[in-house]
Write a protein that binds this ligand. Structure first.
Ligand code: LMR
Length: 331
């Protein structure tokens, strides 16, 4: 009898401990990204961590890995699908393997400015894209801005013909590849972590980035000229693994959703100012000449690059392109 009771007690205790251990173990969200903490995405990831730790203390722990320190381009998506990280925010140029629709964001000179991008992302068409990869186990949680891209090179780029024959680093996007081919330059797909060295050693002669990436990665130290072209957008989709997200306890998920809404609003409200501050830092550093385009010069870039739209209209859908164009008209 005693033997039975002792055994039962031991068993009950061990189940109790297991339960306790489970209750005490927080859910870990690893958030991996490729840029610096000082950029809009870097700041967003840190803000998310701070708010989660304040409001879901002990229940959820967020670990942020910036600057490709855990996974770089190419690997981070695979890691998300394998459950090795739970959140990433790749640039919208990097989803080609999962959907062709997001190529819309890479079309050159589609959006007039970041406010138009924002309006499109908030439209039904834009919101629909967040759910367009659930068949691939990818759920979009929101769009985060970085900003409009600027062209940089070791040669002054005033007109498209100045870029002829130069090698430009591009993100893993077929649209961006075609964009540089359209101006008879040579695009080269390269992961973000390799860009500085690529520019320094002359593997590539130029690139396209928002100011925050240019300054935080010191690209200006290896690029003599930066043309303020605003020819396209570099924004992000914050994504998670669908199965992971749907498997979270409902109360935790709804608190995380609330936090994400707050963080997303803040990132998007502050991104433009961060980019302007980075631009000023580049100007102050005196490393590079910043070139402002005259209206007639800008018109030449538009004319040379815009034919790229036609090549991708079939994959993207003309209805989506029309919805994006409609967002250029402020309501
Ligand atoms: C790039 O590869 O240039 C960007 O997508 C990096 C980033 O995440 O901003």
């Amino acid at each position: 009898m005693f033997k039975f009771t002792a055994k039962a007690l031991l068993c009950a205790l061990s189940i109790g401990f297991a339960g306790l251990a489970q209750a005490a173990d927080p859910i870990v969200i690893k958030f991996s990204h490729v840029v610096a903490d000082s950029t809009p995405k870097g700041q967003g990831a840190l803000m998310f961590k701070k708010l989660v730790e304040e409001r879901l203390k002990g229940k959820v722990e967020v670990q942020v890995y910036p600057n490709s320190s855990l996974y770089g381009d190419g690997k981070e998506m695979e890691a998300l699908l394998l459950g090795d990280v739970q959140m990433i925010a790749p640039s919208l140029a990097k989803f080609g393997q999962y959907t062709k629709k997001l190529q819309i964001f890479d079309l050159p000179f589609l959006f007039n400015d970041i406010q138009a991008v924002d309006r499109f992302q908030h439209s039904d068409a834009g919101k629909g894209l967040l759910k367009s990869m659930e068949n691939n186990n990818i759920t979009g949680l929101g769009y985060w801005h970085n900003g409009m891209k600027q062209l940089s090179a070791n040669k002054a780029l005033h007109e498209p013909r100045d870029a002829r024959g130069l090698k430009f680093r591009v993100q893993a996007s077929d649209v961006l590849d075609e964009q540089f081919k359209a101006i008879r330059a040579n695009p080269r797909k390269m992961s973000f972590a390799e860009v500085y060295q690529g520019l320094q050693t002359g593997v590539v002669n130029g690139a396209e980035n928002p100011w925050s990436n240019i300054y935080s990665q010191k690209f200006n130290e290896v690029q003599k000229f930066i043309t303020e072209s605003n020819h396209g957008v570099l924004d992000y989709m914050l994504i998670t693994n669908t199965k992971f997200w749907n498997g979270l306890p409902a109360d935790v998920r709804s608190e995380l959703d609330k936090i994400l809404d707050e963080v997303t609003d803040k990132v998007n409200a502050e991104a433009e100012a961060l980019n302007q501050k980075a631009k000023q830092s580049v100007v102050d550093s005196g490393t590079s000449e910043v070139i402002a385009l005259k209206p007639e010069e800008r018109a030449k870039w538009v004319k040379a690059m815009k034919p790229v739209w036609k090549k991708f209209e079939g994959e993207i859908g003309s209805d989506l392109i029309d919805a994006a164009l409609a967002a250029n008209d402020a309501k």
